[in-house]
Design a protein. Structure first.
Ligand SMILES: Nc1nc2c(ncn2[C@@H]2O[C@H](COP(=O)(O)OP(=O)(O)O)[C@@H](O)[C@H]2O)c(=O)[nH]1
Ligand SMILES: [Mg+2]
Length: 347
């Protein structure tokens, strides 16, 4: 099974069996996924255990804290229990709205009765599973000609690393990939992407330190069109959603791209740092409004106890989480899978 071999496969995913085979190839393609599965389960195709490894910190926080709510006599569902549980749920950054929904659901079903931990976890899984259902969206590709992906976000969120991981994946699936080093603000940023491109073996258009990022985008698109690249991915300097001048600069970059290829950029991916919790949510809000983002890469999920942050992001902003970052290596990027995510988090 070759994922991303044909761009059409990504744009049209009407066939659920095709979709699931894409996911499994994605995970099995990842050496870290295989080794993790082997260490936890004899079945190397067990995706849930792989997601569990990634979500260890959030999972531990939840399970330990929730377990602590129980005494030897069990636990009665009263106001005290519900407010203690609510506080734990909120700590995962799943958002007040979701925590309230779970609390209300437990109250409706168990009020003044004893409840077991497994009953709580089942309700949590159901509510989050329902909220995230249908929140999966594959990467969008151009119908013809090069696909252009613009990558945006605040400083240090993981943009450049995520671009490298994505380029690596696309290259491995036989796409001809071109990178555009559009973070001309920091000299080291261009060098960082250059090192990744050498390692991956893909081409790159370099931006001079201090030069106009729009011109890097222009040259990247020109080359991509002239030399028949399948995908070009353009890096940008970190910025805050509140910096109007820098958000306008993004608009300009997008206009430059749209002039080269109608309908481009096909994706504007916002990279969020999963450890940023509530800040990631305000970034999602600001960027989705100001930069017209089409999807999210949630980086650093491996080091975060706030994995629940995916819930309000996917629910409130209608921005699908397309990929999650799971480490610093080129292999450490996976397609977001809501079902496996939910199972792994609350099992
Ligand atoms: N653990 C972990 N670290 C990451 C991940 N993605 C990026 N990083 C690290 O975060 C730091 C900032 O990443 P970088 O790509 O330079 O961020 P940028 O400023 O947004 O381009 C680097 O040290 C990366 O190695 C991830 O998924 N997991
Ligand atoms: Mg960078």
């Amino acid at each position: 099974m070759v994922f991303w071999k044909r761009k059409r496969e990504e744009t049209n995913t009407p066939n659920p069996s095709e979709e699931s085979s894409i996911e499994s190839s994605e995970l099995l393609d990842d050496p870290s996924a295989e080794s993790a599965d082997n260490s936890e389960s004899p079945d190397p195709t067990n995706k849930t255990s792989w997601w569990r490894r990634v979500l260890t910190k959030t999972n531990e926080l939840l399970k330990t804290d929730i377990r602590d709510l129980w005494t030897a006599e069990g636990r009665l569902v009263d106001d005290e229990f519900l407010s203690e549980l609510y506080a734990i749920l909120v700590r995962t950054d799943m958002g007040n709205a979701m925590a309230t929904k779970i609390k209300d659901s437990i109250y409706d079903q168990y009020r003044a009765r004893k409840i077991e931990m497994e009953n709580v976890l089942e309700i949590v899984r159901n509510e989050i599973g329902t909220a995230l259902r249908n929140k999966k969206a594959p990467l969008k590709f151009a119908d013809s000609g090069p696909t252009c992906i613009l990558v945006v976000g605040v400083n240090g969120s993981g943009k450049t690393t995520s671009i490298a991981k994505l380029a690596y994946r696309l290259t491995r699936h036989r796409n001809k990939v071109l990178l555009g080093a559009g973070d001309t603000f920091r000299a080291a940023a261009v060098e960082q992407l250059k090192i990744w491109s050498d390692r991956i073996g893909c081409d790159i258009v370099l931006g001079e330190h201090g030069s106009d990022p729009g011109s890097v985008a222009y040259r990247t698109l020109q080359k991509a069109i002239a030399e028949n690249y399948d995908v070009c991915i353009i890096d940008t300097a970190g910025r805050l959603q509140t910096q109007n001048n820098l958000m306008q600069e993004l608009e300009k970059i997008k206009r430059v791209i749209a002039k080269q290829i109608e309908g481009a950029p096909h994706e504007v991916l916002l990279v969020l740092d999963a450890t940023a919790g509530q800040n990631a949510i305000s970034q999602a809000k600001g960027f989705s409004q100001a930069a017209g983002c089409t999807g999210i890469v949630l980086a650093k999920l491996d080091g975060s106890a706030k994995g629940g942050v995916i819930v309000p992001i996917a629910e409130q902003f209608g921005l699908p989480v397309k990929f999650v970052g799971l480490g610093e290596r080129l292999e450490d990027l996976a397609i977001f899978n809501p079902e496996e995510f939910t199972k792994a988090l609350f099992q």
